[in-house]
Design a protein around this ligand. Structure first.
Ligand code: HEC
Length: 97
């Protein structure tokens, strides 16, 4: 059990989408069913309250979310899958507020 958890965490942090393709696909399929706000809650609420889309301009969001990905990796947390990164960025850029 411990070995499985360690493997999953390591794969999430170290690999660049190939080795954890199945994992990413699963996450992508699950993400498709989740609302964007729930995706943000999952990936952005560990360190601080998830931001409001109105905090930044659409042009600023991609680099901020990429920087947050680095914060996750630096802290040994699982990487945000590409599909969910895109969903978070487009949600923030759409400024629903
Ligand atoms: C591993 C911890 C961690 C996670 C997870 C995290 N953040 Fe952050 N966030 C930080 C830290 C540390 C700062 C302050 C330093 C900085 O701005 O890089 C910050 C600052 C911010 C800021 C203010 C920066 C600015 O320039 O105004 C925003 C907006 C933000 N985070 C959005 C997000 C979003 C969106 C997510 C999810 C994709 C997220 N964060 C996930 C750690 C995290």
């Amino acid at each position: 059990m411990t070995a499985i958890v360690v493997y999953m965490v390591t794969a999430g942090v170290l690999s660049c989408s190939h080795e954890d393709g199945n994992h990413a696909d699963q996450a992508g399929m699950m993400a498709a069913k989740r609302k964007p706000a729930e995706v943000m809650q999952k990936w952005c609420a560990d360190c601080h309250v998830p931001p409001l889309s109105s905090n930044h301009t659409p042009a600023e969001w991609p680099s901020i979310v990429v920087r947050m990905q680095h914060h996750r990796v630096e802290n040994g947390m699982a990487k945000i899958p590409d599909t969910e990164m895109e969903r978070i960025i487009s949600y923030l850029q759409s400024s629903p507020l």
